[in-house]
Design a protein around this ligand. Structure first.
Ligand code: PNS
Length: 160
């Protein structure tokens, strides 16, 4: 039986840290869906279609990854997609509390869906989409931690 995994997130924008986790997941699971959350309550810098387009370009080299978006509960989406694994990346202990709570809640809602954590490479341990947006908006250098498509979209967005 093929194992299909969902790697959900805001991906606003996707970073090299996310790409690293997606590649590692794709090396273990048959299919990985990198799925961008459509959350109208949370103000995002990039639209869902922009976030998906960046992720698609950045992950185009991995054959068993597809990029999609979802609305509503993650476990409902995973079921619709016949995915029984959720992937989340862990950077530091500070991620753990939130991730632990989310994994337990998802398990309570859907005991048949497993959450797998992949620990990041130390070189990405400090990388987050929010810090990238902030650093870039103030003129800091972030070229090494985002894929080229994201760098050019950030330049376009912040008109640098
Ligand atoms: O990249 P993020 O913002 O840390 O990702 C968070 C995400 C998208 C995984 C989480 O907010 C989520 O799953 N949202 C969908 C709604 C849902 O299922 N909530 C219950 C989680 S316990």
């Amino acid at each position: 039986m093929k194992v299909r995994a969902v790697y959900p997130g805001s991906f606003d924008p996707i970073t090299n840290g996310h790409i690293y986790i997606a590649e590692r997941a794709a090396a273990v699971f048959d299919e990985v869906i990198v799925s961008v959350l459509v959350n109208s309550n949370k103000k995002s810098t990039f639209s869902v279609s922009e976030r998906c387009a960046m992720a698609r370009e950045a992950l185009g080299h991995v054959k068993n990854i597809k990029v999609d978006n979802f609305n509503g509960l993650l476990i409902d989406y995973a079921r619709r997609e016949n995915a029984n694994v959720i992937i989340r990346g862990l950077r530091a202990m500070s991620d753990f509390e939130y991730e632990f709570q989310m994994a337990l809640m998802n398990r309570k809602l859907a005991p048949d869906i497993e959450t797998f954590f992949i620990v990041t490479d130390p070189k990405y341990s400090y990388v987050s989409s929010s810090s990238i947006r902030e650093i870039f908006s103030f003129g800091g250098s972030i070229e090494e931690v985002v894929p080229p498509i994201v760098y050019s979209k950030l330049q376009e967005h912040f008109k640098k």
